[in-house]
Ligand binder design. Structure first.
Ligand code: AHR
Length: 317
């Protein structure tokens, strides 16, 4: 199936000469490698990128990597072979990109990182990185918890559902949350495991946490989907999510916001998936040879249960 997708992508793109691949003389051709479709956030992100490309008149060659780095590397190599004008991708994990990024640089195809960073020491391998401050999202989550439990004597026992192992959001959110709760030794992370950013895995891992520990006070899930899966496990265990276990998640997609408004989640730090419009602007600038900032940080907020009730009627995703 992946091979078929790659072929379809390749077939859609002709050889381009100096102007780049297949989109006509003036049309910019953008090769985009997406992580996959693991979460509500990712679905909204893909929609934003596809709609924004269409609106900007950019010819988008889209490849879904199904959460595998090897598929992303293959897709980037295909984009290089097709001579697209610009490559953008959301790296599934942080490490292991230098070789393929060097190939793009040697081919003089500019690369834009979207949503997630790479840990490369050589910043000349990409033009810019647009996306959230994941450390801040984790820190805001931890700071809310510290304030919420300020009058509790402790211990406060926390379980953590991490995102995809090795991914920037998993690494950074863990770091930010850990830094914030280090303010008070009564906070203790008693279990921490990956739920791979999916609802199904979040449920499965939470079931295991509940079997191993009968004294969980708090769940910190690195995204809404894992939190929503965990809520199913908590309810199945006869507990009340949001009351017996305080739940903090990240993203603020519609289903997460609904659970927050319903009292099943207690706090969400927003991570906006609506990167499409800004990404297309950057693509146009980079293609025109204009200088762009090396880092573009997405504007975000946080939501309590009351704020979720207010925001839900006009929520875009
Ligand atoms: O990189 C962004 C993260 O990836 C989102 O928080 C998560 O839902 C997604 O899978």
């Amino acid at each position: 199936m992946i091979a078929a997708m790659m072929v379809a992508t390749t077939a859609a793109c002709g050889d381009s000469g100096a102007e780049g691949g297949g989109g006509g003389d003036d049309q910019i051709v953008l090769g985009f490698s997406q992580v996959g479709a693991e979460s509500g956030w990712r679905t909204a992100n893909t929609k934003s990128i596809q709609e924004s490309a269409a609106e900007a008149g950019i010819d988008l060659k889209f490849a879904d990597a199904q959460q595998k780095q090897e598929n992303q590397i293959k897709a980037i190599r295909n984009f290089i072979a097709q001579r697209v004008d610009v490559i953008a991708f959301s790296p599934v994990v942080e490490s292991g990109w230098d070789t393929v990024l060097k190939e793009a640089k040697d081919a003089e195809i500019p690369v834009i990182l979207t949503d997630r960073a790479v840990d490369s020491q050589d910043e000349t391998l990409y033009e810019t990185f647009i996306g959230s401050d994941f450390v801040l999202e984790g820190r805001l989550s931890g700071e809310w918890l510290v304030e919420e439990f300020a009058d509790e004597s402790g211990p406060v026992r926390i379980v953590e559902l991490q995102g995809t192992t090795g991914s920037a959001p998993a690494n950074d959110r863990k770091q930010g949350f850990g830094e914030a709760i280090a303010a008070d030794p009564k906070f203790e992370i008693i279990a921490s495991q990956t739920g791979e950013f999916t609802r199904a895995k979040g449920k499965e891992v939470m079931e295991a946490f509940l079997q191993a520990h009968d004294d969980i006070d708090v769940l910190f899930a690195h995204n809404d989907d894992m939190g929503l899966g965990a809520i199913e496990a908590i309810e199945a265990a006869g507990l009340v999510p949001g009351q017996d276990i305080t739940i903090i998640t990240i993203d603020a997609v519609r289903d997460g916001m609904q659970a927050l408004a319903d009292g099943k989640i207690n706090f969400i730090a927003e991570c906006s998936p609506l990167l499409g419009p800004q990404l297309m602007e950057l693509v146009e600038q980079v293609h025109a040879g204009e200088s762009v900032p090396k880092r573009v940080v997405t504007e975000e907020t946080t939501f309590t249960q009351e704020q979720a009730k207010e925001a839900l009627p006009t929520r875009e995703y």
